[in-house]
Design a protein around this ligand. Structure first.
Ligand code: CTP
Length: 399
C-alpha cells in the first residue's frame, strides 16, 4: 500500500468531473490513505455526499456549520491533513482560492491548511484559456500549490481541448510521487532483509521458522514512501512485492549471506528483519531420504550471523538496524545483542505480547538505540510499526 498512514482531505467542487471523485476516493483508500471529504454546495448537485461518505468512511462536510449548530472545524481539518487535494477544481473555486475568498467550508480549509495543496482543474476549454483563469492558476502556482493537469480531451460541453480533469489513476500517481519526493531518505540506498530462510535436509524437506516476512515488507514499503532506493532481500514468502524496489528472492541463510554482504557495501542504511536460520544441516541429501533409511539424527552446523558480520564491516557513514525476537527478558537480551553486533538501533519484540511476532498483522515493539535510549510502542498494525521504525531511523540517521 503506497499511501498507508497518509491523511488526505479531498475537496470536491461543482464540475461534471465531480463523479470521478468517488473513484479517486476509492483509489486513495485502497492504497491505505485516510480520506476526509469536503464538498462545495454546487458539487452536491453532481455527486451525493452519501456516496463519498460511504467510500471515505467519514462524514462528508459541506457547510461551515451543521443543522445541529455544531461547527465544522476547518482549522483542525487543515492541520490534520498531509495533503489537500482539490479534484475536480472548478474555475470558480480556483478564482476564490487565488483571491482569498472564504464563503464556504472548502475555501476556509484552503486558507487555513498548512499542508501542500494539489489542484486538479476541470472546466471547459475556453474557461480554462480565459486570461483571468490563467492569471488565477499562476497565482496558485506562486503560492506553492501543485497544479496537475488539466488534460486535453473530450469535454462535457461537446468541445474538444484542454480542460478535462486528469483521470483518477493519474491523479493517484501524482500523489504517490508527491509523498515519495517529499521523502527525507531521497538518494539513500537502503538494504532490508525479510522473511525466513529454508535450510534443506533433502530435496523435499527443510528446517525453517514461522516468519512470514510481513514486517520487513512493510518497512520496505515505508522506506520507498520516504524516497529511499530500497533493495529487499527476502526468503520464501507469499507476499506481494512492493512497487518501486529492487527485490532479490533467496532460499537459504547462505544465499542471504552472500547477497546481503554484497549489497551492504553499497548501502547507507541496512535493516535486517529476516529470521535467518541459526543452524543448517551439515549435509543436504541429493535425493529424498527414505523412511527405511532409519535416520534419527540430523547433524547441524551454525550459519554465519550476517548481522554480526555487518556490524564488523560497518563504515562510519553506515547505519545498521537489527531485530531481536525473544521469549523472555527481551530488553536485556535486546540491549546485549545491540552492543555485541555493533548496531545503531535494535527492534525488540517478544512472543510474550499477544498479537506480536510471526504471522500476525500487528506487532508491539521496543526500539533501543546505541545510547541505550528505550522507546516502547503500543500494539499496532505492522504498517504503523514500520512508520515508527522508519521515523526513528530518520531522526537518528539525520542527527
Ligand atoms: N541474524 C542474521 N544472521 C543470522 C541470524 C540472525 O543476520 N544467521 C540477524 C537477524 O536478521 C536479526 C538479528 O540477527 O536482525 C537477531 O536475530 P535473533 O535470531 O533474534 O538473534 P541471534 O543473534 O540469533 O541470537 P539468539 O539465537 O541467541 O537469540
Amino acid at each position: 500500500m503506497l499511501l498507508a498512514g497518509r491523511k488526505i482531505v479531498l475537496g470536491v467542487t461543482g464540475s461534471i468531473a465531480a463523479y470521478k471523485a468517488a473513484h479517486i476516493c476509492r483509489l486513495l483508500r485502497k492504497e491505505g490513505a485516510e480520506v476526509k471529504v469536503v464538498m462545495t454546495a454546487s458539487a452536491v448537485s453532481f455527486i451525493t455526499p452519501l456516496t463519498l461518505s460511504t467510500l471515505s468512511k467519514h462524514p462528508v462536510m459541506v457547510d461551515l456549520s451543521n443543522d445541529d449548530a455544531t461547527w465544522n472545524n476547518h482549522v483542525e481539518l487543515g492541520l490534520w491533513a498531509d495533503l489537500f487535494l482539490i479534484a475536480p477544481a472548478s474555475a470558480n473555486t480556483i478564482a476564490k482560492c487565488a483571491n482569498g475568498l472564504c464563503d464556504n467550508l472548502l475555501n476556509a480549509v484552503y486558507l487555513s491548511s498548512r499542508c501542500k495543496v494539489m489542484i486538479a482543474p476541470a472546466m471547459d476549454h475556453d474557461m480554462f484559456l480565459h486570461p483571468s483563469t490563467q492569471i488565477n492558476l499562476n497565482r496558485l502556482k506562486s503560492f506553492g500549490n501543485i497544479l496537475i493537469g488539466p488534460a486535453v480531451g473530450e469535454l462535457a460541453s461537446g468541445l474538444n481541448g484542454e480542460g478535462r480533469m486528469l483521470e483518477p489513476e493519474i491523479i493517484l500517481e501524482h500523489i504517490v510521487t508527491f509523498f515519495a519526493s517529499k521523502g527525507t531518505l531521497k538518494g539513500k540506498n537502503v538494504l532490508v532483509s525479510a522473511g525466513p530462510t529454508h535450510e534443506p535436509i533433502d530435496p523435499v524437506r527443510f528446517i525453517s521458522n514461522n516468519s512470514t516476512g510481513k514486517m520487513g515488507f512493510a518497512i520496505a514499503d515505508e522506506l520507498v514512501k520516504q524516497g529511499a532506493s530500497v533493495t529487499l532481500v527476502a526468503g520464501p514468502n507469499n507476499l506481494t512485492i512492493p512497487a518501486n524496489i529492487k527485490y532479490i528472492g533467496i532460499t537459504t541463510a547462505n544465499e542471504m549471506y552472500n547477497i546481503c554482504i554484497e549489497e551492504f557495501a553499497k548501502s547507507d542504511i541496512a535493516i535486517m528483519s529476516a529470521a535467518v536460520a541459526d543452524f543448517t544441516p551439515e549435509i543436504s541429501a541429493d535425493h529424498k531420504i527414505k523412511k527405511s533409511s532409519g535416520l534419527n539424527t540430523i547433524l547441524l552446523k551454525p550459519t554465519v550471523d550476517i548481522l554480526e558480520l555487518m556490524g564488523k564491516l560497518k563504515k562510519n557513514h553506515q547505519f545498521l538496524v537489527g531485530f531481536a525476537l525473544e521469549t523472555q527478558d527481551a530488553l536485556n537480551y535486546g540491549k546485549e545483542k545491540m552492543l555485541r553486533k555493533n548496531l545503531d538501533l535494535i527492534v525488540v519484540n517478544t512472543l510474550a505480547d499477544a498479537g506480536a511476532g510471526f504471522g500476525y498483522d500487528t506487532n508491539k515493539v521496543t526500539l533501543i538505540d546505541k545510547k541505550e535510549n528505550v522507546n516502547s510502542f503500543e500494539l499496532k498494525s505492522k504498517t504503523e510499526v514500520a512508520i515508527d521504525i522508519v521515523n526513528k531511523i530518520i531522526s537518528l540517521y539525520n542527527a
